[in-house]
Design a protein around this ligand. Structure first.
Ligand SMILES: CC(C)(COP(=O)(O)OP(=O)(O)OC[C@H]1O[C@@H](n2cnc3c(N)ncnc32)[C@H](O)[C@@H]1OP(=O)(O)O)[C@@H](O)C(=O)NCCC(=O)NCCS
Length: 154
């Protein structure tokens, strides 16, 4: 995975250790959750691209957006598929194609890694993004069922 140039001076690249504060601030904006030491462990694992990755979109001044993915090993594919986990473009930079650039980058990287497919799930608070993902080639294939397993979710 390398740095890629896009129109209007935007580039995408894998995150580095130095990007962590800005990436966490954006994910905090998205989730409303505060960063903790477990975030750092997962982030560092993603820097090594063990089971996921963090992709940055930036111009020559600042980081404008971030996408994180997980790579999941499954029998039916005899290999990995990719899940888009967190995607956020800074409020000041929305509508400038950065979301599209970030998602396309995660698709290209997943294909290069050999993933069989890429997916994501929408929750009621992100349902309004369905049209965005449809524009990027995602299709509805059904609904997802979940059960929280952390003690404060039961
Ligand atoms: C969703 C988000 C990442 C989109 O990023 P963005 O940079 O504003 O979007 P883009 O400019 O790349 O949009 C690409 C295309 O999708 C369209 N689009 C963007 N948001 C859309 C939406 N919610 N519904 C339908 N279409 C949408 C744009 O109009 C554009 O269409 P065009 O190519 O025909 O002009 C951004 O709004 C965001 O960070 N939102 C808050 C966090 C969030 O909801 N993250 C996703 C969690 S699932």
């Amino acid at each position: 995975m390398t740095t890629k140039q896009h129109p209007n001076g935007v580039q995408t690249r894998p995150a580095t250790r130095e990007d962590q504060p800005r990436v966490f601030a954006l994910i905090e904006q998205l989730t409303g959750e505060s960063p903790n030491s477990s975030w750092v462990e997962v982030y560092n694992s993603h820097l090594r691209r063990e089971r996921g990755a963090v992709i940055i979109a930036e111009n020559d001044q600042e980081i404008l957006g971030v996408a994180t993915v997980s790579y999941n090993l499954t029998v039916r594919f005899g290999g990995e598929y990719c899940e888009l986990e967190e995607l956020i473009v800074d409020e000041s930079a929305r509508g400038l194609n950065l979301g599209r650039i970030l998602v396309q980058r995660t698709i290209d990287d997943a294909r290069e890694r050999g993933c069989a497919e890429i997916g994501l799930y929408l929750v009621p608070s992100t349902e309004g993004n369905r049209g965005f993902y449809e524009k990027l080639g995602f299709e509805n294939i059904g609904t997802e069922m979940r059960q929280g397993l952390l003690s404060d979710e039961s």
